[in-house]
Write a protein that binds this ligand. Structure first.
Ligand code: ADP
Ligand code: MG
Length: 617
């Protein structure tokens, strides 16, 4: 039999390898930015056209390359960053595999200009599908400019597989954020289709976060800082009351490299336990420094995953540190007794003992108190009643504090007042006109067959949703003019989103006097919201829209109405006057679909008198 094995030609091998390194334009952005950082640049500029499908260009002022290196860097396994396998255990650079440029050059048109500081003249080199088509001397400034054009031009399947420009741009911006956040000491800018998206001056961690995410981020940050033998943590967590329903800002950096870690994420979650509303995710920017010898980042081709030698200790320390920070900034009004019996930390603080968080707890509240007594009670229903009262009270406590945190009650046209108790005496008149509020959450009304329990927040969402949808699609709503226009700052991509939705938003009653440069100026708002709510409504909207992007075929109007209804609706924990309760009930029953919320949850339930009868037998 003849020999049948042959070696793959280099360009084919490179194309295959490229599949691993380059999944989409954002992967190229990441590799090029990281190379620029490794080259000790102080200023890095990213230029993108058509979501990177036409052009990705990175301009740096780093150490540059010699003429020989300029050619060699496109060879596979060409790297200046490691020389032996031992170096792998002591990495201080982002790259080390020497694969990125070879991979990129195999699937795009690349040209590069580069010059080292002491060279008189630089080099220009052009490569198409791994073939060098041109190399000549060029007069250029110190540093490297690399342009990647027509990505996947020779792999149509890949090109067709790319998502819409919105989605691909989102990925690029995510990569840009990650790199820029990890290196505040470097100046970054990004230009997309000719307009500035980011201009980030040299700064510190906090300023960099604010420059990227907008000035309102500043007040949301709680500093985190701790240092032990095994780990140094710096950074910020976002105050629990600003936590989003989406996994918004969640960043871990280990030795200045963005990483994903479900395990560390879990540690942060654990620190936030009891402080977040249901469905909310903690936000964080955490910069960890560990000994390079104690981690392995070589386990994933795109290098966003990492292995720590000392995982458990890091988990425990992270959790304790964040808890401490949250406690110190007295953001932890109510803590779960069960979970907070000291820090069961399996690690040792060798430098200093963690100070227990100074958290205010209601000392009189003891969830275990009823337990032993209950064992002696033989009356089954009484026991049940007791139990539910206990959890009731705790729920109530939680709600109270929740409502003070949210504290947008004043902004809603309903007025707050103490309603507990007194309402119970009112129900002598005809049943249908009577309502009372339970736990500042439910509106109860007697009906013929028993009683009606309405979830106030979900009910209001339904009412607002139908109203907003009508305004957007059929008739425009009136708006209230503001005496002084409201100026809100958003990140540039968010401003673009708002601009896209301008028309629909105007139908709901918004009047925009100017939208530009990260600022949205508003001179009129819908009558149903107050000035203080505007910011929440718009940022929630932007978040919701971003979340929805990958889904094809959603109706933007529907999404807009849902999102606004959700953030405008009267919150759980808000006390409602009886006339307001009645009004809400009447409005609800005037809706087309009163029984489900826009998010498809039940708005009301009925409890049958027969059910009560059974309980009294
Ligand atoms: P790696 O980064 O893993 O070493 P790359 O393929 O990304 O592999 O780059 C190959 C080599 O090219 C790098 O090791 C570096 O020496 C050189 N290089 C790449 N980009 C730049 C740049 N912007 N400035 C200076 N040198 C660079
Ligand atoms: Mg590299």
């Amino acid at each position: 039999m003849t020999d049948i094995i042959q070696l793959l030609p280099d360009h084919v091998a490179n194309q295959i390898a490229a599949g691993e390194v380059v999944q989409r334009p954002a992967s190229v952005v990441k590799e090029l930015l990281e190379n620029a950082i490794d080259a000790q640049s102080t200023s890095i500029k990213l230029v993108v056209k058509d979501a990177g499908k036409t052009l990705i260009q990175v301009i740096d002022d780093g150490i540059g390359m010699s003429t020989t290196d300029a050619r060699l860097c496109f060879e596979r396994h060409a790297t200046s960053k490691i020389k032996s396998a031992d170096d792998l255990f002591n990495l201080h650079t982002k790259g080390f595999r020497g694969e990125a440029l070879a991979s990129i050059a195999a699937i795009a048109h690349v040209d590069m200009k580069t010059k080292t500081v002491d060279a008189e003249i630089g080099t220009k080199i052009t490569i198409e599908g791994s073939e060098v088509t041109e190399q000549e001397p060029a007069v250029v400034a110190k540093g490297t400019t690399i342009s990647v054009k027509n990505l996947f031009y020779n792999i149509p399947a890949r090109r067709n597989f790319l998502k819409s420009n919105t989605v691909e741009t989102r990925h690029i911006i995510d990569e840009f954020h990650r790199v820029a956040l990890a290196h505040p000491q470097i100046e970054f800018s990004m230009i997309h289709n000719g307009s500035d998206v980011f201009k980030l001056p040299i700064s510190n961690n906090r300023q960099r976060i604010v420059n990227i995410f907008g000035s309102k981020m500043n007040e949301k940050l709680v500093p985190v800082s701790e240092e032990t033998e095994i780990l140094k943590v710096e950074g910020f967590v976002i105050k629990p009351e600003f936590a989003k329903k989406s996994r918004g800002e969640q960043f871990f950096f280990v030795n200045n490299r963005f990483i994903k870690s479900a395990y560390l994420h879990h540690a942060v979650n654990a620190a936030f336990e009891g402080l977040l509303k249901e469905g909310a995710h903690p936000g964080y920017f955490l910069f960890l420094d560990v000994d390079t010898k104690s981690i392995d980042i070589n386990i994933h081709p795109t290098k966003t995953e990492i292995k720590f030698d000392d995982e458990h200790a890091i988990y425990a320390m992270l959790r304790a540190t964040i808890k401490h920070s949250l406690g110190q900034f007295s953001i932890a009004p109510v803590l779960d007794f069960n979970k907070d019996t000291g820090f069961d930390t399996p690690y040792e603080y060798s430098k200093k003992q963690p100070t227990a968080p100074t958290i205010e707890v209601d000392k009189s509240f003891n969830p275990f108190q009823d337990e032993p007594k209950q064992k002696n009670i033989t009356f089954p229903f009484k026991r049940e009643e007791k139990k539910s009262t206990a959890s009731w009270q705790s729920l109530y406590t939680g709600l109270e504090s929740e409502s003070t945190i949210v504290d947008q009650t004043e902004s809603i046209e309903f007025e707050s007042e103490e309603v507990t108790g007194t309402l119970f005496e009112n129900d002598q008149e005809e049943n249908l006109r009577v309502t009372f509020q339970l736990q500042n959450k439910y509106i109860i009304s007697p009906i013929k067959s028993g009683m009606l329990v309405i979830h106030q927040n979900l009910a209001h969402q339904r009412i607002l949703y139908e109203e907003l949808l009508k305004n957007i699609t059929v008739q425009e709503a009136v708006s209230q003019q503001l005496l002084f226009p409201l100026q809100l700052s958003f990140s540039n991509p968010d401003v673009v989103l708002i601009e896209d939705l301008k028309e629909q938003l105007e139908h709901t009653g918004f009047v925009f006097s100017q939208i530009k440069d990260g600022t949205v100026e508003i001179s009129g708002i819908p009558v149903s919201i107050s000035e203080s709510q505007v910011e929440t409504v718009l940022s929630q909207l932007v978040t919701d829209i971003k979340e929805e992007v990958p889904d094809a075929g959603f109706s933007q109007n529907d999404l807009l109405a849902k999102s606004m209804a959700k953030s405008m609706a009267v919150k759980t924990g808000t006390a409602l006057k009886q006339e307001t309760q009645l009004h809400l009930v009447h409005q609800l029953f005037a809706c087309k679909e009163p029984s489900v919320s826009p998010g498809n949850r039940p708005v009301l339930i009925t409890l049958d008198a027969n059910d009560f009868d059974k309980k009294f037998m």
